[in-house]
Structures are given as structure tokens and as C-alpha cells.
Design a protein around this ligand. Structure first.
Ligand code: PBG
Length: 304
């Protein structure tokens, strides 16, 4: 009588590419997860394909950072090079999604351009457009704006269309909460803000209406998929968005959610496989069509 089952095709696997790494680098706060040099990304993706997981999302750690995050849109940037290599190797066997944000690429660690100590929305949009177009030129299939700047989906849609990429999809990080559960990711991507926090652009977790408004705006601006992030503490929002809007919905089971399970499992306090399947099934049951999860490969090994 079971109605909801997690399938391989529901899953998107996040991969961190580190331009400085010579070998896989363990991430202390994400047990059994690594930052990879480009050659290893190819191996990792081959393993994904062997497990029949087809979608991945890339995050880059550049070897140099600056005030404007210029490595995020450089033709030979770490992500652009990775996309080219992956497409050369695997072509259409995989769907490559890319994160559009500046926090991994800026010296101050904020998701946008900083002016007078504040993140400046509109000048950031210009940079995000360049990031999107450079990723599209490299061969990305779906771009995922995650900087939470107002108007970013429309700006990126227009920039892609003007550059001949009107077929490219946009998965918008529409409802991205200012969450402590991104902590391990920030260690992995070295993207912790140097000063202040992200509360001026990410959302407050005490608010649900704002999230619904953000989703609606992104749909009007041209999003093809909307995303809610994190997943587990926001199952109510996933359910509401699914009920209210007829659009593909993704949920990001973020780094902190991964770490909670791994840490407890390492201590022998919970059964890892059962916990993972129960959690991912709950996210799907709430209404998510896609789940971005660091567990994707593990799940690919167990489910039949
Ligand atoms: C970039 C970005 C973040 C995550 C995905 N894209 C970090 C943040 O907003 O600080 C977090 C993902 C995770 O925790 O797994 N802005």
C-alpha cells in the first residue's frame, strides 16, 4: 500500500570542485564527503552514472578570490572548466546544474557585491548575469540562482535569452532561509561571511508568507523549477507550495541535515540507512519532485 517511494530520478547530487586540491580533501564537518579536484569529479560522476543517478549540482572553490567574485564568471573558472570536461566525457548522459552565487568567490564571503558595508542588490544582478551566461557557454543544462537578490531570476532569464540560451532552464532557490544548517557547507566551500550575516537577503524562519511571495515572484520572473531550502525544517512550506503552485518543486536537504544523520550514525545512535530513507521519503511526501541531497549516491546503492 506504500504510495511514496524515493527513486533515483528524484535525486540531485551536489559536488564540490576545489581548484587547489590535488586529491580528494575531506570536509571535517561533513563526514565521508570530499572536495574534489576536477579529475576526481569525472570519476565521481562515472560512479553516479553507474548507480543510475543522472543529475548533479556543482559548487566551486576557486584558487583566488576577489571583491567582485570574478572567478565565478571567468571562462577558465573552476566551474566552467569542470562543466566542459564533464560534457566532453559524458555528454547528455547527465544533467549538469550550476549554482549561481558569489559567496565562494568573494574575499568578504557575501553572496553579492558589497558597497559601504552593505550587499548591493542591483550591481550584484549584473554579475550574476555574467555568471549564468558563462556557465551556459560552458555547457550547463540548468542554472540555479542562489544569491537571493531581488529580481535575480528575471535578470538571468533576460541575459540568457539575449545570449542565445533561451532553451536553458532556471531552478530558482526561491525560498532560501537564513539557516544554521548551512554551516558545514560554508566550511566545505570556504564561504563564511567575513562580517555580519546573510539575514538582509536570506529569509527569516519565522515567516511563511514571505516564502510564498518569493516563490510567486520567481515563477513570474521565469523560473522553471522553484526550490525550498533547507528541506526538513520546512516541510510545511514544501507542502504549501506544492498545493498552491503548479510548478516543479525541488527541496535542498542541506549540509547540516546531512551532518546530523552522519554524526549520530557514527556514534551508533541511529540506524543510518533507515534514517536517510525516512527523511528523504518525508521530503517527497511533503511534495518535492526533486531532492538535492548529499545522500544521493548512498541511496543509489541501496534502493531497488
Ligand atoms: C550559496 C549556497 C549555500 C548553500 C548552497 N548554495 C550557502 C549559503 O547560502 O550560505 C548551502 C547548501 C548546504 O548547506 O548544503 N549561497
Amino acid at each position: 500500500m506504500r504510495k511514496i517511494r524515493v527513486n533515483r530520478s528524484d535525486l540531485v547530487y551536489p559536488i564540490f570542485v576545489d581548484e587547489r586540491a590535488q586529491k580528494p580533501m575531506p570536509i571535517e564537518s561533513m563526514p565521508e564527503y570530499f572536495r574534489l579536484p576536477i579529475e576526481y569529479v569525472i570519476k565521481e560522476v562515472q560512479q553516479m552514472i553507474d548507480l543510475n543517478i543522472k543529475a548533479l549540482i556543482l559548487f566551486g572553490v576557486p584558487s583566488k578570490k576577489d571583491e567582485t567574485g570574478s572567478q565565478a564568471f571567468a571562462t577558465d573558472g573552476v566551474i566552467q572548466r569542470t562543466i566542459r570536461e564533464l560534457k566532453r566525457e559524458f555528454g547528455d548522459q547527465i544533467v549538469i546544474m550550476t549554482d549561481i552565487c558569489l559567496c565562494e568567490y568573494t574575499t568578504h564571503g557575501h553572496c553579492g557585491i558589497v558597497k559601504d558595508g552593505e550587499v548591493d542588490n542591483d550591481s550584484t544582478l549584473k554579475i550574476l548575469e555574467k555568471v549564468a551566461v558563462s556557465q551556459a557557454q560552458a555547457g550547463a543544462d540548468i542554472v540555479a540562482p542562489s544569491a537571493m537578490m531581488d529580481g535575480q531570476v528575471k535578470a538571468i532569464r533576460d541575459a540568457l535569452d539575449d545570449s542565445g540560451f533561451n532553451h536553458l532552464g532556471i531552478m530558482a532557490y526561491s525560498a532560501k532561509y537564513s539557516s544554521c544548517f548551512y554551516g558545514p557547507f560554508r566550511e566545505a566551500a570556504e564561504s563564511k561571511p567575513e562580517f555580519g550575516d546573510r539575514k538582509s537577503y536570506q529569509m527569516d524562519y519565522g515567516n511563511l508568507n514571505e516564502a510564498l511571495r518569493e516563490v510567486e515572484l520567481d515563477i513570474r520572473e521565469g523560473a522553471d523549477i522553484v526550490m525550498i531550502k533547507p528541506a526538513l525544517p520546512y516541510l510545511d512550506l514544501i507542502y504549501r507550495v506544492k498545493a498552491k503552485f503548479e510548478i516543479p518543486l525541488a527541496a535542498y536537504n542541506v549540509s547540516g541535515e546531512y551532518t546530523l544523520v552522519k554524526a549520530a550514525a557514527q556514534k551508533g545512535w541511529i540506524d543510518e540507512k533507515s534514517a536517510i530513507l525516512e527523511i528523504l521519503t518525508s521530503i517527497k511526501r511533503a511534495g518535492a519532485d526533486l531532492i538535492i541531497t548529499y545522500f544521493a549516491k548512498d541511496v543509489g546503492k541501496w534502493i531497488d
